[in-house]
Design a binder for this molecule. Structure first.
Ligand SMILES: [Zn+2]
Length: 426
């Protein structure tokens, strides 16, 4: 089972990518489809048929999960916000963070060994090394029309040829017909699987080991890596050349220190993916905002939740555990915020006390020196009273003014701030 986690793109990255409240929300587990046969016994045709079968199931599951959002993506849904204003929200998929295989299944594209293996463009497998070349970009609408054309083909062979030329399967994508959502555009460059595990772990690191082997340099290299200064955030390696398989994090740390290349063939999909990273950064932000790293952390949580079950009919139990954790996080956050605000209020009260003692001495409407420190409305009421102004309860009046819904707009907010600033100069 693969956890499916939603993150709200409108939230600041610090909140969205964290594991606490406001971060990822588990919406379900995608089932793993067991392969009851032996993949090595299958012919190409059967392999394609099995992949299409799996894809159809995945797309069906996704269409059920997100069916309630489809009409809302067009019509919007009114939601009352924190400031009591009702706004119309249009849900859409802006970013998808997945590893290569998941990405292919999510986009209903043929996998890495296909003639057209990229889920974002129509690059041929022989051109994967051409990073600066431009290829036709995929869009949901264009791919839908290709599938329609294939279905209307005169023969089965012709149909298969059309699909093959576009690296597609004969599958309806659940996002077709969604507004503000294009699965190919949303598909994002994931540094964990593309760089760290992918290029570094599977391609460059084995090459480095191979080259070191030919020059009998493994021992010296390991010794030098061992001598590498310990640094916060950088793993230390005592026997680096004995590492053949590890997690992406480990390869990331190794490749920070190794950069040589020796006749490496760069014709592979993960290398080609680099050509899309600039566009991804322009449309989605820096790569940390679409990395699968936060999601990998969620896997750990899911594993812990699984271990708390009795291992029978685990999904309802894991969902319950997740709900409890969300509630605990919410209560914890409320308590922390309360404590933080209370400390701030106490500090402010102390400052105001000092400030109002000082202001009470000044009876003139002007004085030499720096402007007085910013004060709050309660203390300001006291200052006005001390100066003989009969304005009433200024603090309550100001709060009522701000809370009045019809007055909460930019022009009034500006006038409020202006009033506050000039007042502080009294
Ligand atoms: Zn591409």
């Amino acid at each position: 089972m693969h956890p499916m986690v939603l993150r709200a793109a409108f939230l600041p990255g610090k909140i969205r990518n964290a594991s606490g409240n406001g971060g990822g929300v588990l919406i379900g587990y995608m089932l793993g489809i067991p392969d009851l046969g032996d993949p090595t016994d299958r012919k190409t045709k059967e392999t394609i048929a099995f992949s299409r079968f799996k894809m159809k199931i995945y797309q069906r599951v996704l269409s059920v999960i997100f069916s309630s959002l489809k009409s809302k993506s067009w019509n919007g849904e009114p939601i009352e916000c924190y400031d009591n204003q009702i706004r119309l929200f249009h849900p859409g998929f802006l970013i998808e963070s997945m590893d290569g295989k998941e990405d292919a299944y999510f986009n209903a594209c043929r996998a890495a060994l296909a003639n057209y293996p990229c889920t974002k463009c129509l690059v041929h497998k022989d051109d994967l090394h051409r990073l600066t070349a431009e290829f036709v970009m995929r869009t949901g609408a264009a791919m839908q029309s290709v599938v329609c054309r294939a279905r209307n083909a005169a023969t089965k062979g012709e149909k298969e040829e059309i699909l093959k030329k576009h690296g597609l399967h004969d599958v309806d994508h659940f996002l077709w017909g969604f507004r503000f959502s294009d699965s190919h555009t949303a598909s994002a460059y994931d540094v964990l699987h593309k760089d760290d595990v992918g290029k570094n772990g599977h391609h460059f690191w084995p090459l480095v080991l191979e080259v070191l082997e030919t020059i009998s340099g493994k021992g010296t290299f390991a010794k030098n890596m061992r001598k590498f200064a310990r640094w916060p955030g950088l793993k230390h390696f005592n026997q680096v050349t004995t590492i053949h398989f590890s997690d992406g994090e480990t390869f990331y740390h190794i490749m920070k220190k190794v950069s040589d290349e020796y006749g490496k063939n760069f014709n592979f999909p993960k290398q080609h993916a680099t050509s899309h990273v600039i566009q991804d950064i322009r449309t989605k932000g820096t790569t940390n905002h679409f990395s699968t790293r936060p999601g990998e952390g969620f896997q750990q949580e899911a594993r812990e939740a699984y271990n708390q079950t009795n291992f029978k009919d685990v999904v309802p139990q894991m969902t319950r555990i997740d709900e409890n954790q969300e509630s605990i996080a919410r209560i914890r956050m409320a308590i922390d915020e309360y404590e933080k605000q209370r400390t701030l209020d106490e500090k402010e009260e102390d400052n105001i006390e000092e400030s109002s003692n000082h202001s009470a001495i000044t009876s003139a409407s002007w004085r030499f020196g720096a402007p007085e420190r910013i004060t709050n409305s309660r203390a300001f009421t006291d200052i006005l009273k001390a100066l003989g102004h009969s304005i009433g309860d200024f603090d309550t009046m100001l709060r009522d003014f701000i809370a009045e819904p019809s007055l909460v707009n930019v022009s009034h907010m500006n006038s409020t701030f202006k009033f506050g600033r000039s007042s502080a100069r009294i």
